[in-house]
Design a protein around this ligand. Structure first.
Ligand SMILES: Nc1ncnc2c1ncn2[C@@H]1O[C@H](COP(=O)(O)OP(=O)(O)OP(=O)(O)O)[C@@H](O)[C@H]1O
Ligand SMILES: [Mg+2]
Length: 329
């Protein structure tokens, strides 16, 4: 359904060029949900925005292909790409307040797509919207239909945003932290709905979140990003129980676990690199407990193994015997 090949995105800033996404390749099958994890600034939002063709003006794709249902979105005309994206790709943004129109009742924003893009009648599109509002867990949907964005709570706006993204029955849904603002029961309800849609109608999903538990619950496959690159990918249960990249292991060790209340968390040492001038070699080497001299330069592509996993680390066999803290250099 979606194949991203060697995608690199640069963003111009006052201090130079940010290498926000660097040589990322990912494949998504129909009905598959791929979780994307990684610290703040690792390029997750930039990656999704590139797929959607909504990069900031200062950003541009320097290299790569984004093939969606057989069409390379970067190679066709802007008009063609917009058409494909508008009809078949939905997106839930990180910040719901900026996504909603402040002067239009939220229900009309949900029915707009079905009305004008799917060609439904006014009544029909209203019913579609009401159904979505109900499914997404909006209490008293008939009243909320007429409300404006500022009259709703953050969690409610987030759900409206999800309803809009789903309203044209997209084939692919791009989610950027869609449930961070929601309480756990609502979050659970939405994750179930998304899972059901991918099972029943083949909806494909790229699901970005900091919350590894949400990925474990929602996505069969996970890709971990670090400093603009994918450093590990594989079936979520295996990656989370036996990570093969030290960054993934560090990420997992820094998550609070209710089963270990009171036990110390082990944050990853140091800070993510400045992407104006990322470290040479493996970008994680300055923070890595496994690092050796051969990590300092060269390329570190994501290498797949027969068991459907991939890692960019060349020393992963030493993970079991190396403590998390202290760097190897
Ligand atoms: N408009 C911009 N101008 C300059 N740099 C930017 C811009 N947008 C993003 N960046 C930089 O690009 C890199 C990737 O940012 P991005 O927002 O994609 O990360 P992210 O993984 O989504 O982070 P978060 O988890 O905080 O949302 C970061 O180094 C960020 O500082
Ligand atoms: Mg982001």
């Amino acid at each position: 359904m979606l194949e991203i090949r060697s995608l690199s995105v640069h963003i111009r800033s006052r201090r130079g060029v940010v290498h926000a996404v660097d040589d990322v390749s990912l494949t998504l099958l129909e009905g598959e949900a791929l979780g994307i994890a990684g610290e703040s600034g690792s390029g997750k939002t930039t990656l999704l925005r590139a797929v959607l063709g909504l990069l900031p003006r200062s950003a541009h794709v320097v290299h790569g292909e984004i093939i969606f249902e057989g069409v390379d979105l970067l190679a066709v005309s802007a008009k063609q790409a917009r058409e494909v994206r508008g009809k078949r790709i939905g997106m839930v943004f990180q910040d719901p307040m900026t996504a909603l129109n402040p002067v239009m009742p939220v229900g009309d924003q949900v029915s707009e797509g079905p009305r004008y893009r799917l060609g439904q009648s006014a009544d029909e599109s209203r019913r579609t919207a009401m159904k979505l509002l109900t499914e997404i867990g909006i209490p008293d949907p008939a009243r909320r239909y007429r409300a404006y964005a500022h009259q709703l709570s953050g969690g409610m706006r987030q759900r409206i945003d999800i309803a809009i993204a789903l309203s044209c029955r997209p084939h692919l849904l791009l989610c950027d932290e869609p449930t961070t603002a929601l309480d756990v029961t609502i979050q659970d309800q939405i994750l179930r709905l998304l899972k059901r849609l991918s099972a029943e109608s083949g909806l494909g999903m790229l699901y970005v979140t900091h919350d590894l538990a949400v990925i474990a619950q929602t996505c069969p496959t996970v890709a971990v990003m670090y400093a603009g690159q994918v450093v590990e990918r594989g079936p979520v249960a295996e990656v989370f129980s036996r990570p093969r990249h030290p960054y993934t292991r560090g990420l997992l060790a820094s998550v609070p676990d209710v089963h270990r209340i009171g036990s110390a968390l082990e944050p990853i040492q140091g800070t993510p690199p400045d992407l104006h001038s990322p470290p040479s070699g493996c970008r994680f080497h300055p923070r890595c407990p496994l690092a050796q001299v051969d990590c300092l330069d060269g390329d570190f592509p994501l290498l797949s193994t027969a068991d459907d996993r991939a890692t960019a680390c060349i020393h992963s066999e030493r993970m079991a015997t190396t403590p998390l803290l202290s760097t190897g250099l």
